[in-house]
Design a binder for this molecule. Sequence first.
Ligand SMILES: NC(=O)c1ccc[n+]([C@@H]2O[C@H](COP(=O)([O-])OP(=O)(O)OC[C@H]3O[C@@H](n4cnc5c(N)ncnc54)[C@H](OP(=O)(O)O)[C@@H]3O)[C@@H](O)[C@H]2O)c1
Length: 327
Amino acid sequence: MQYRELGRTGWKVSAVSFGAWAIGGTWGAVQDDDSLAALHRALDRGVNFIDTADVYGDGHSERLLARLRRERREPFFTATKAGRRLSPHTADGYNRANLTAFVERSLKNLNADSIDLLQLHCPPTDVYYRPEVFGILDDLAAQGKIRRYGVSVEKVEEALKAVEFPNVATVQIIFNIFRQRPADLFFEQARKRGVGILARVPLSSGMLTGKFTSRSNFESGDHRAFNRKGEAFDRGETFSGVDYDLGLAAVERLRPLVPAGMSMGQMALRWILMFPAVTCPIPGAKRPDQVEENAAAADMPPLSEDIMTKIRMIYEEKIKPSVHPYW
Ligand SMILES: NC(=O)c1ccc[n+]([C@@H]2O[C@H](COP(=O)([O-])OP(=O)(O)OC[C@H]3O[C@@H](n4cnc5c(N)ncnc54)[C@H](OP(=O)(O)O)[C@@H]3O)[C@@H](O)[C@H]2O)c1
């Protein structure tokens, strides 16, 4: 495993880390035994950073991480999120009482005294114009409830605004072969300010592994069945907001570019690592074999300039018009 500095935190985190949404819920049936085996395998392979949220399985994902912490001696960083328990999900809900309650609940779920990294969970854009919200996070840090804080954003503009707050340590944003806009402006700003970047949805919900076909079926409880057009939450989170058939067609164009000895998913992760501003992708994984494959990408050779150019062309031609203006 390779390690990269998480912005100015001084933490060295695994270049391929772990996203713990799918092991919490909303991705069809998952068994805790498989999820725990996946988490154990991640630590075995040197992963030391795990992203979760209080709403993943209503705390189930966080509680699995508490179990992992009990079962293993190796230290690992836990990043969780707060805000999405709000209903309605409004900027006004990001107040002291609610944020404190969310943090206390996560501490209980994680069975921890302090949260390594707390991220605002894709709050409404207005939150980035309320410095008092970041003041509340400073207070939670001063009380020792959280060590660092950051944000998870939907839009590049939110990311650009978020890094103006001096104690925002990280920005989590969708960045993958199908979502390239963050690299245009935002990465440079984040780098200048020493802000770590967590690339989420790195496999475009599995599409960029190349395993799906027009006949693939998704369980009714899987967001890939019920959120393709954003019916339940931001449509950009499911297949990166790319129409399923368009995604399949782009994958066919990518397939011949996969270097020998790599899987397509590994190429997708390696592509993200070609951007030095990115700290790590946080691919979700439900089973140890997926973790194994994803983690191995960290140690694979860089992609050639030719492959990078061809991937950019595929994005420009096929994908950009349907995603670039939206996020
Ligand atoms: N708003 C937010 O803050 C937000 C939103 C989304 C995600 N996230 C975070 O980002 C993380 C990653 O994003 P994501 O989980 O949505 O999408 P992703 O990482 O692009 O895709 C993950 C899914 O792809 C499949 N997969 C993973 N590795 C594979 C492999 N080697 N071979 C074949 N299939 C593989 C698995 O599902 P199947 O096996 O079922 O296909 C897995 O659940 C999340 O877990 C979460 O921590 C945050």
